[in-house]
Design a protein around this ligand. Structure first.
Ligand code: ASP
Length: 292
């Protein structure tokens, strides 16, 4: 087995909230990272690993993705997701889908079974049905906590993402979210936009972002971070510089990245970003500042 196998996941960046359950978020992230790592250690691709890890996070109601998604102004879940393969620069994404539990899998199907990169709304849902994905009622995605957040105008924390490198040195990235609480129906954030919430290129890095989507879009944060690695910066330095670039767009965010050589790195300008990783040195997790 190659020593460079690595996976890093995040469970969203944002402010500390009184009802944060840091342990549940760290535990959920670690379970997802382990699920992705077991794919890698069985010889699976980075793409398979990030999809597997993201599905675990989408299924966990702790996070703002899949079940537990943040709700629109009208109290519905509208999900966005994207995936990118650093080996081929293939990418797939969906936005505003409301009847699937795992939009990351739909995004991958867009990548692999259409000539397109992105499908939205009714067209994306029709494609998912055609592909045989299980259709669920929107209510299945809606938790009591998400309803309370909407009623109390709480900001949602908990978009999810994963980045991985496989034994061949290929990288991949995935991001999935319910978006921002109280968003207008039809709003699309950074998460499904390639180069903004997600980017992967074997010649630089795989990146997944979280935070205020409107700011992340303005600086194309994921591509910016990957380019900094491609230009020779250490992963952590690249992550920090990229997050600093967001100040011009008056936004706070976090990102995770992995390099083709197996370095995992992250940075965030918010108070917290749940995260967990498994790499050649073992596994770990965090929530607030490093070590917390
Ligand atoms: N970036 C996500 C969005 O704007 C939200 C988040 O990461 O908290 O849709």
């Amino acid at each position: 087995m190659s020593s460079k196998l690595a996976i890093l996941v995040h469970g969203g960046a944002g402010p500390h909230r009184a009802d944060d359950d840091a342990e549940a978020a760290k535990r959920g992230c670690l379970l997802a990272a382990r699920a992705g790592h077991s794919v890698l250690s069985r010889g699976g691709s980075a793409l398979d690993a990030v999809e597997a890890a993201t599905r675990v996070l989408e299924d966990d109601p702790v996070f703002n993705a899949g079940i537990g998604s943040a709700l629109t102004r009208d109290g519905r879940a509208e999900l966005d997701a994207s995936v990118m393969d650093g080996a081929t620069l293939s990418a797939g994404s969906v936005a505003c889908v409301s009847c699937f539990q795992n939009p990351i899998t739909l995004a991958r199907l867009v990548m692999e079974r259409t000539a397109h990169v992105m499908l939205v709304g009714a067209g994306a849902e029709a494609f998912g049905r055609e592909q045989g994905l299980r259709v669920i009622a929107n209510d299945v995605l809606v938790t009591e906590k998400a309803r309370l957040d909407l009623a109390r105008h709480h900001r949602s924390n908990g978009t999810v993402g994963a980045v991985a490198v496989d034994a061949l040195g290929h990288v991949a990235a995935a991001t999935s979210t319910g978006g921002t609480t109280g968003k207008l129906p039809g709003r699309v954030g950074d998460s499904p936009l390639i180069g903004c919430g997600t980017y992967a290129d074997d010649s630089s890095a795989a990146v997944s972002c979280t935070g205020l989507g409107e700011a992340i879009i303005r600086v194309t944060l994921a591509r910016h971070a990957a380019d900094l690695v491609g230009g020779g910066l250490d992963g952590f330095e690249a992550a920090r510089q990229a997050v600093r670039a967001l100040e011009r767009a008056r936004g706070e965010a976090g990102l995770i990245l992995v390099t083709p050589r197996g370095q995992v790195a992250w940075a965030f300008s918010t108070e917290r970003m749940a995260r967990a990783w498994v790499d050649s040195r073992g596994e770990g997790s965090g929530f607030g500042a490093d070590g917390v």
